[in-house]
Ligand binder design. Structure first.
Ligand code: SF4
Length: 81
């Protein structure tokens, strides 16, 4: 279970296979994966490897992907515009 990081992905974005593939492509520590059925998976065991690079925040519309710092009162990183 992740102790430090959580990610939130808007269900609409998660159901978009192109966006899901993009998430899997940009994350340097393999937190996102596209399953064989095309569904987005968040790899729980990798969450705490997040480097806070913010590359995933650029996928989709502003706010559709958020990284939450559980160690900092769940402070939310998301793209604003
Ligand atoms: S901030 Fe970077 S390392 Fe963290 S989930 Fe997003 S793409 Fe992956």
């Amino acid at each position: 279970m992740a102790l430090f990081i959580a990610v939130d992905v808007d269900p609409e974005l998660a159901s978009d296979s192109a966006a899901s593939r993009k998430l899997a492509e940009v994350c340097p520590v393999d937190i996102f994966k596209v399953s064989s059925s095309g569904a987005l998976e968040v790899i729980e065991k990798n969450l705490d490897e997040c480097t806070l690079c913010e590359l995933c925040l650029a996928v989709g519309k502003p706010g559709q992907v958020a990284v939450r710092k559980l160690y900092d009162d769940s402070a939310r990183l998301e793209r604003r515009a």
